[in-house]
Design a binder for this molecule. Structure first.
Ligand code: ADP
Length: 309
């Protein structure tokens, strides 16, 4: 069963189009990265997923239910940390969770203790939240979202504002929740590196358009070959996957995506065209550029013309 199935979601605020026809399917057990620069429309999409905002057009099934028809049932096993969670500073971690979660039904003490242990707060159960670091509050927010029996966890920018130690702790917690408990996770982030480290699949949105969807491991495997040349006439590079051509200090800098074995043939072909070669080097691509380049020639509803702006 798909955990989430969104079709053609459109959302505007006044004249501003925030989501422009988003299709998305999330499968059970995956960690799905939802990536886009600030202002791309990520939080708006999450609000629609949770039935907290209505799109002008589109359909959305969450846990097999139409979110706009049967919200209460659809979100029963869905937990979300959408903004920095707010807790009562003068209550302990346990008391905070108890008071918040018992509003929606009875909850056992053991269940709360289990979840606190799971998120790494077992030594802070009886400590007042006012003494917590930002990272501990973030973990407490995740603990709250896991109660009472969450199968799908939505995290909006979960490492924002955390120090490196906190960031790595939250990332390993996300993996643990999926690996040990089979929880499906939707991770919204503007950080490519975060998505690369924890997600199985990724969707990139920009200006409300989906510009890429694919398997993270496939995206991050390739390398770029950069050749610096001087040529008196335009070079014919049609046989190669030329990603871009730029002028740098009087030299032409050509960036290709190739297999290593193809480099000698490429160099030979440039020499045959009387180009002077100053440098050939391979680089791990800047992930953001790689995403842009991948979306250029592949499938889909690509509107990447202004991605880097
Ligand atoms: P992201 O989460 O990717 O940073 P958002 O979904 O928060 O992006 O916002 C996308 C765009 O929608 C932004 O330009 C934002 O100003 C606008 N927006 C979001 N919510 C509202 C709202 N309630 N009213 C008007 N504009 C909004």
């Amino acid at each position: 069963m798909a955990i989430l199935e969104a079709k053609d979601i459109h959302k505007s605020y006044g004249k501003q189009t925030v989501l422009n026809g988003i299709d998305l399917t999330i499968k059970q057990g995956e960690i799905f990265g939802f990536l886009g620069p600030n202002g791309a429309g990520k939080t708006t999409f999450i609000k629609i997923m949770l039935g907290l905002a209505m799109p002008q057009k589109g359909e959305l099934q969450l846990m097999g239910e139409d979110i706009f028809v049967n919200r209460k049932h659809a979100i029963k096993q869905v937990g979300a940390v959408v903004e920095a969670p707010i807790f009562f500073d003068y209550l302990t971690a346990y008391e905070n969770l108890y008071h918040i979660v018992s509003l929606s039904g009875p909850i056992s003490r053991q269940k709360i203790l289990d979840v606190l242990e799971l998120v790494g707060l077992s030594t802070a159960i009886d400590k007042k939240v006012g003494t917590f670091s930002y990272g501990m509050k973030q973990r407490l927010g995740i603990a709250q979202a896991l109660l009472p029996d969450t199968k799908f966890l939505i995290l909006d920018e979960p490492t924002n504002g955390l120090d490196p130690h906190g960031i790595s702790g939250v990332r390993s917690l996300i993996r643990k929740l999926r690996d040990e408990l089979g929880i499906t996770i939707f991770l919204s982030s503007h950080l490519l590196i975060e998505v690369e480290q924890v997600c199985d699949r990724v969707c990139i949105i920009h200006h409300g358009n989906k510009v890429f969807e694919g398997v993270v491991a496939e995206v991050t495997q390739s390398e770029q070959t950069i050749v610096e040349v001087k040529a008196s006439k335009e070079l014919d590079c049609k046989s190669w996957n030329l990603l871009k051509s730029e002028e740098h200090h009087g030299l032409q800098q050509l960036t290709f995506e190739l297999d290593k074995q193809e480099i000698p043939q490429l160099v030979q072909s440039l020499i045959d065209q009387n180009a002077e070669i100053f440098q050939v080097r391979s680089e791990e691509p800047n992930l953001e550029e790689l995403f842009i380049n991948l979306t250029k020639d592949k499938h889909l509803d690509v509107r990447i013309d202004s991605f880097g702006n």
